[in-house]
Design a protein around this ligand. Structure first.
Ligand code: NOJ
Length: 558
């Protein structure tokens, strides 16, 4: 296990801080998928003590904060996004005292800690839902969820045609009443084991505020809000209109305007604590303008940039998305965020072509993302250049997306395979030395991608991330979102060049040709070899290079 101590203090490493620093405006936040990060007890499942044992690695990597996916008691139908108790820890992951130890040690390492909160739905094993099932239609217990009579003869049809976002049929399931006869239907935008909460119910609102305060009192630095755009449903459950999601708040269940009241009230809670506690929205919305609404000054701090996440490795696409994000979010004073992968999507190395092409592009994409102004999210394993695991055996797969599609959709297990840390034997250091267990099997090729191996290789992906993060810390902060495209940028020819205040310049060649550029300054770092001394260096295809402008030019424009 890694044992390096806390990093030397710098302006961002003392946690928590009393003076407002806007730390989150340009923070690099590392996403930990707890089940797959590090397993301390050899049961094949990652856990809190596993994370704690790797804090030295994370601090050494140079990230500012950690976001941990849900660790609450859960039947794990959707890998923890089905929460049975919001104020405790699932025994598979540890205990509350493990959490307290982790939080304390993370802070001692200069790392802030953000946790996941799942307000749109509970687990069907949450005591509220058990109570609702046992209660009569129209009861207070049922009012915490969305229970409704069915349509058609005998109420045999769901109340409307909404479909589960995970496929596999309607977003409604019928329950059986006391006498054993079919009764009302309840809403679940995801699996039937994830009933949607009714956020018009004051008890639901009050209980979530209690949950926020519970974790804030323990000292967490913020929350990642799951499905932050779906908590409000239109009265009467009108049908969806066919076509793309509307961008005017008129969808009956996604991105309704009233959801902002909830986020405002949460911001109020966050602001009542010292130390800049933050919230980041997971909100899949149709436009950057709709996203910006979540980031108005009295709402949330950040939102994931899914346009960036979905983009291909394409200069025109990324040029447009970067410009729109910086401008659109800047309009409400919010920093942009950047993300390449997470636990819900195919890993970007594979999306960008896989193999050596994918690797080259993933290296270039890492330097591009970390050069942009604002905050960046690194998903565990990005820094190791892990590909998507496409060859998982069917009986190992656990994602409800896979199960509900009858195997037609491979689902998300391929990006959730446990990390390889060291050695050549299963489970590559994911668990303790005696353990070969790993809840999803790791490919044998991952023996060459372990942290141990990559730490010893200056040319590895891990070394690239470590160098980039270190350099980034030395650059003038880019928390105000300023970026200027230079006139040498030529998106249609695959070349993007931008500068940031303080004379930092980033050049990206998206290929397919190598491009000779005019050397913009002193070479700081590049994702593939480049002659930094030549007046006209060759920027190879799929390469990003960072430069420092010796003129110290600080002209800016958005
Ligand atoms: C988004 C989460 O990232 C995903 O993993 C989960 O399945 C859904 N929300 C439902 O909670």
């Amino acid at each position: 296990m890694h044992t390096s101590g806390p990093p030397a203090a710098d302006s961002r490493s003392v946690v928590p801080q009393d003076e407002p620093t806007g730390w989150w405006r340009d923070a690099v936040i590392y996403q930990i998928y707890i089940r797959s990060f590090a397993d301390s007890n050899g049961d094949g499942i990652g856990d809190l003590q596993g994370i704690r044992s790797r804090l030295g690695y994370l601090a050494g990597l140079g990230v500012d904060a950690l976001w941990i996916n849900p660790f609450y008691p859960s039947p794990q139908v959707d890998c923890g996004y089905d929460v049975a108790d919001y104020r405790d820890i699932d025994p598979a992951y540890g205990t509350l005292s493990d959490f307290k130890e982790l939080l304390q040690d993370a802070h001692a390492h200069g790392l802030r800690l953000i946790i996941d909160i799942v307000p749109n739905h509970t687990s069907s094993q949450h005591p509220w839902f058990t109570e609702a099932l046992a209660a009569a239609p129209g009861s207070e217990a049922r009012d915490r969820y969305h229970f409704h009579p069915g349509k058609g003869e005998g109420g045999n049809l769901p109340p409307n045609g909404w479909q589960s976002a995970f496929g596999g049929g309607p977003a409604w399931t019928r329950v059986t009443d006391d006498s054993g006869r079919p009764g009302q239907w309840y809403l679940h935008l995801f699996t039937p084991e994830q009933p949607d909460l009714n956020w018009e119910n004051p008890e639901v609102r009050a209980d979530f505020e209690k949950t926020l305060r519970f974790w804030l009192d323990l000292g967490v630095d913020g929350f990642r809000i799951d499905v932050a755009n779906a908590m409000i449903k239109a009265p009467g459950y009108p049908e969806m209109v066919d076509g793309p999601d509307p961008d005017d708040g008129s969808s009956p269940c996604w991105d309704r305007d009233d959801v902002h009241h909830i986020h405002r009230s949460w911001r109020h809670v966050l602001d009542s604590y010292p130390g800049e506690r933050i919230a980041v929205a997971e909100a899949w919305v149709p436009t950057v303008q709709r996203l910006a609404m979540y980031l108005r000054p009295d709402e949330l701090h950040q939102a994931f940039n899914f346009d960036y996440l979905k983009a291909e490795w394409s200069a025109p696409q990324l040029h447009r998305i970067i410009s729109d994000s910086v401008t659109g979010l800047g309009a409400v004073g919010a920093p942009a965020t950047w993300v390449l992968s997470n636990h819900d999507v195919v890993r970007h190395l594979t999306r960008f072509g896989g193999g050596t092409v994918g690797l080259r592009r993933a290296r270039a994409a890492a330097l591009l993302m970390l050069a942009l102004p604002g905050s960046a999210y690194v998903y565990q394993g990005d820094e190791l250049g892990l590909p998507e695991v496409t060859e998982l055996p069917d009986d190992a797969r656990q994602d409800p997306v896979w199960l509900r599609s009858g195997g037609a959709n491979p689902g998300r297990d391929g990006c959730r395979v446990p990390l390889p840390w060291a050695g050549r034997n299963a489970s590559y250091g994911f668990g303790p030395a005696h353990s070969d267990r790993s809840w999803l099997p790791q490919p044998t090729s991952w023996a060459d991608l372990t942290v141990e191996k990559q730490e010893a290789d200056p040319g590895s992906m891990l070394s690239l991330y470590t160098q980039a993060l270190k350099l980034r810390r030395g650059l003038p902060r880019a928390d105000d979102g300023t970026l200027e495209w230079t006139d040498t940028s030529a998106p249609d020819s695959g070349l993007l060049v931008f500068r940031r205040p303080g004379g930092f310049i980033c050049t990206v060649n998206f290929g397919p040709q190598d491009i000779e550029i005019e050397r913009p300054g002193d070479l700081l770092l590049s994702s593939s070899p480049i002659d930094g001394t030549s007046p006209r260096p060759l920027l190879r295809a799929d390469t990003t290079a960072w430069w420092s402008d010796e003129r110290g030019d600080t002209r800016t424009q958005q």
